[in-house]
Design a protein around this ligand. Structure first.
Ligand code: ADP
Ligand code: ASP
Ligand code: MG
Length: 405
């Protein structure tokens, strides 16, 4: 008897017919005698709809109340999934994240899982139930409801698989695996039979929203091997696991475009020790993730100053801009300008460690298409550039053709 964690994303539970299809799939596994924990997302569009409602009232709603609101999305689907299983004669019990023992820190809307007490889940499984857990949510030690960041149901599934020592973790979604790039943007994208944690980490960090970034970090840390596959068909999916030596033969595993970043540039920052530290400390204290940073030194009338640019997630832009405005007098910069019209284009592959010239080739391909590069950042296995958003999809297709077709 195996213990399987299955996660179904928003589209896979997008209406009652799909929920019944999920229930039928779960029931088939159950018939084979396996113990099943099902993690579900909110129905597609529900989380976005709830955010929109709150923002109709105020642009920066309280983050505690946002968690209270957003957690209701997943609570609908756990109950509906349980009802669908009951209709098939399968014993099933739904649990909120808190009831499933998922304890997080208190950073509302982006909470980190601190520990999971799986006793209740085990007790219900041992009682012959399918256990359905609300994705994306937990509670603090003090009992406050929290959510785990957008796409956080992936994290719930991976973390539960680790805590329950599951034999198998399956992420069911609306594509049948992880592709060389988003198949919805690039028709020539190919499904990958396998991918290393580090590669998927870089792709997820670069905007490939097929898996939440944090969930992949967690899987790597606890060595949770998982499969990404379709809830709509039986095609074999993509296995995500530790890197193997044969994976280095492929130079570029995937490319991606992140349209969800915005750039803030501070002009005329006095070039003195401690200024950057002060700026990024204030952003970190606001739980704002900064991705790329570029600084250019300049001289103006004998005064050394710098222009400092960095990128943040688009939903954090307003908050970040406020934090920066509050620092203006203290730091003494001239002006802060934000730009939402950027895209981050990345190529990723563990093979880059042992192959040279990849960056030169990438920049050549972009130059040939007349795409200007605004910022560059690299890791051992990734090269990212910031470009004009309007050219993003065209540039993505061009890079895919150059490296992967
Ligand atoms: P779910 O609701 O199941 O969590 P998501 O929408 O979060 O699903 O993730 C699946 C989507 O990820 C796909 O529909 C696809 O458009 C997108 N995607 C982006 N990059 C990739 C990629 N490299 N491979 C597969 N899907 C990708
Ligand atoms: N419902 C949440 C979201 O839309 C979590 C998830 O779907 O994984 O971000
Ligand atoms: Mg998702």
């Amino acid at each position: 008897m195996a213990l399987i964690v299955q996660k179904y994303g928003g589209t896979s539970v997008g209406n009652t017919e799909r929920i019944r299809a999920v229930a039928r799939r779960v029931a088939r596994h159950r018939e084979q005698g396996d113990q099943i924990v099902v993690v579900v997302s909110a129905m597609s569009g529900v989380t976005d709809g709830l955010i929109k409602l709150a923002k109709e009232i105020t642009p920066l709603p309280s983050e505690r109340e946002m968690d209270m609101l957003l957690a209701t999305g997943e609570q609908q689907t756990i109950a509906l999934t349980a009802v669908a299983l009951h209709a098939l004669g399968v014993d099933a019990v739904s649990l909120t994240g808190a009831q499933a023992g998922i304890v997080t820190d208190g950073v509302h809307t982006k909470a980190k899982i601190q520990n999971i007490s799986p006793d209740e889940v085990h007790r219900l499984l041992d009682g012959g139930n399918v256990v359905i857990v609300a994705g994306f949510q937990g509670r603090t030690a003090e009992g406050q409801i929290t959510t785990l960041g957008r796409g956080g149901s992936d994290l719930t599934a991976i973390a539960l698989a680790a805590a329950l020592k599951a034999d198998l973790c399956q992420i069911y979604t609306d594509v049948d695996g992880i592709y060389t790039t988003d198949p919805r943007i690039v028709p020539g994208a190919r499904k990958l039979p396998e991918i290393a944690y580090d590669e998927l980490l870089e792709l997820a960090g670069a905007g490939a929203k097929v898996m939440q970034l944090r969930s992949v970090e967690f899987a790597k840390k606890f060595n949770v091997i998982f499969e990404v596959r379709s809830s709509l068909n039986e095609a074999p999916g993509t296995i995500v696991k530790e890197e193997t030596t044969s994976m280095e033969d492929v130079v570029v595993r995937g490319v991606s475009l992140d349209k969800n970043q915005a750039k803030i540039t501070l002009f005329g920052v006095p070039d003195q020790p401690g200024r950057a530290a002060r700026i990024f400390r204030a952003l970190a204290d606001g739980a704002i993730n900064v991705d790329m940073i570029v600084q250019n030194a300049s001289h103006e009338g004998g005064q050394r100053s710098t222009d400092l640019s960095f990128t943040v997630d688009k939903p954090d832009l307003l908050k970040a801009s406020r934090v920066i405005e509050e620092l203006k007098a203290e730091i003494g910069f001239k002006e802060a300008v934000s730009d939402e019209g950027i895209g981050k284009l990345s190529i990723v592959g563990v093979g880059m460690r042992s192959h040279s010239g990849v960056a030169a080739r990438m920049f050549d391909v972009l130059a040939h298409e007349g795409v200007n590069i605004g910022m560059i950042s690299t890791s051992e296995i990734k090269i990212s550039v910031v470009i004009d958003l309007a050219k993003g999809e065209h540039a993505l297709r061009t890079l895919h053709r150059a490296f992967l077709e």
